[in-house]
Design a protein around this ligand. Structure first.
Ligand SMILES: Nc1ncnc2c1ncn2[C@@H]1O[C@H](COP(=O)(O)OP(=O)(O)OP(=O)(O)O)[C@@H](O)[C@H]1O
Length: 309
């Protein structure tokens, strides 16, 4: 049985339809990521599930519990990462965690949480003197203080540098090892691909597609992007482009000066043919690569839009 099931969630703010129709089910122990561009409705969806925003329509069920009938029980089983602006700046991480632990009947020991979020060495500093990444880690620690089954993290790595992001990924992976369920939002595709068991892509308040990252990528056509750059420059690239366009497995081509991109349904065959051509003409190829498909391509394939971080 899923630990959380949402069906046909809806929410408008005046004329803005923030969430139009969102349904999904989350299994115990998975990292479930909601990904989408700015304004897609991720935060609104999360806030409805967390009981912070009342939906206009749809259902939210935690196992067999609903907000209407089991508010206290749900509050015990979920952990919500507060906005980092909600941290108490003049208290230390240790004091923030101690304070939050008093809100719950059952709490995980503060020292243990400090260790998990790697703030033991900074436990006595004022929060206001912590870095952005350290504050985010503390916010995640606050979400785990009641030892919840399900943890909600809303864009926990936005605005952080790559190392600080990776530190947060480590915490999420630790939570998974502990058997917790994590529901994450992000607009970093790479993050979704690395961390998630399943990804739900949302755009304009609707679910675009939902599956494991690898299944989503496999579902794309087998098209691959081949990149070639030519030592003798534009003319040889233009000839090769013309040649590639005539190949049956080539879907499209794009040339920028001496750099040529060829999208093919049979990349190996296309490469052999292209190399045959360049050898015959004595054109020297400087670089060649076949690009792996990513979640970004999935987004583009489903929405027809470019992805922007
Ligand atoms: N309280 C509110 N009042 C009015 N409009 C809102 C409110 N909250 C969200 N919206 C609007 O609803 C839409 C969805 O916003 P939401 O914050 O859920 O998107 P998001 O996917 O989380 O985006 P981001 O990545 O920018 O946080 C946006 O157009 C936003 O401006």
């Amino acid at each position: 049985m899923p630990v959380l099931e949402v069906s046909h969630l809806r929410k408008s703010f005046g004329a803005v339809r923030a969430v139009e129709d969102i349904s999904f089910a989350v299994e115990a122990g998975e990292v479930f990521t909601i990904i989408g561009p700015n304004g897609a409705g991720k935060t609104t969806t999360l806030e409805m599930i967390e009981g912070l925003t009342v939906p206009d329509g749809g259902q939210i069920v935690f196992g067999d519990r609903t907000w209407e009938r089991h508010e206290q029980a749900i509050k015990m089983m979920i952990g919500v990462q507060p906005q980092s602006s909600a941290l108490f700046d003049l208290l230390t991480p240790e004091e923030n965690l101690e304070l939050f632990s008093t809100f719950y009947v059952k709490a995980r020991p503060v020292a243990e949480v400090l260790e998990m979020i790697n703030l033991t060495d900074h436990r006595g500093k004022h929060v206001k003197s912590l870095s952005g990444g350290q504050r985010q880690r503390l916010a995640i620690g606050l979400a785990m203080i009641n030892d919840p089954e399900i943890i909600f993290l809303d864009e926990p790595t936005t605005g952080l540098d790559p190392q600080a992001r990776r530190n947060i990924w480590d915490i999420i992976l630790q939570l998974k090892e502990m058997g917790k369920t994590t529901i994450l939002t992000t607009h970093y595709m790479e993050e979704a691909e690395k961390l998630s068991d399943r990804v739900c892509i949302v755009d304009q308040g609707k679910v675009v597609t939902l599956d494991t990252p690898s299944a989503l990528i496999d579902r794309l056509t087998k098209e691959r992007e081949i990149r070639l750059s030519f030592i003798h420059g534009e003319e040889s690239a233009a000839h090769a482009q013309h040649f590639a366009q005539e190949l049956p497995s080539v879907v499209r081509t794009h040339r920028d000066g001496s750099a040529l991109k060829v999208w093919s349904k049979q990349p190996e065959d296309t490469l052999y043919a292209l190399f045959g051509f360049t050898k015959e003409k004595d054109y020297r190829v400087e670089q060649v690569s076949i690009r792996e498909m990513s979640l970004e391509d999935v987004f583009i394939a489903f929405t027809g839009k470019e992805w922007r971080d």
